[in-house]
Design a protein around this ligand. Sequence first.
Ligand code: CDP
Length: 222
Amino acid sequence: MINIAIDGYSACGKSTLAKAIASELDYRFIDTGAMYRAVTLYFIRQGVSLGVADEVAKSLGEIDIDFANVEGRNHTFLNGEDVEDEIRGMAVGQMVSPVAAISAVRRYIVPQQKKMGLKGGVVMDGRDIGTVVFPNAELKIFVTADMDIRVKRRLSELLEQGKQVTEAEVRANLLERDHIDSTRADSPLKQAEDAILLDNSKLSFQEFIDRGIALAKEKLNG
Ligand code: CDP
């Protein structure tokens, strides 16, 4: 069993592709962004000041993040509570990139992710999977799409979830997160040298998924 690393910008279809490949291969899908979102939710609830190292360290020591299948969908649990809905909201979305830029946060989360991949059979999506978490992943895909498409996609996802949000807010959030994620000092978002670029701007949903699955199968069949 191999490990598959899928990285890329916000709302470009990484998780959808990762889930589809995992389901096709009967591998485990891990949404690493959900882990940073869960930490962010805990920090918001506790009123942690991001610049105060002691507060950050204390809170990290209190957090346990887990995943479980709920009615066929992968849900994120924070200290035993199902927070899947809450971590997708704009309050978390607006704080998650500054939180994920804190080295202490990454030092807490990355070893857990590395452990999940020890036996292989994992499809993980995020920002630093091919560069830091699984630098030896057998297959690395870097996903991208035009900003307008990403905005539309994320807006309809959030509206479907019943969240109150405007197109302008979504666009501003994606632009800000792209900027913070790709310019931070610790593990910035970048395409690994050996990653395959998959731009889905001009692909239909099915073409995009089919292409990703074909890459995985090619890799498995040598
Ligand atoms: O779903 P979306 O593409 O909007 O983002 P996400 O995958 O849920 O990730 C949320 C945020 O977590 C990102 O904007 C990054 O700041 C951070 N993140 C990270 O730093 N490293 C990862 N491996 C995954 C996410």
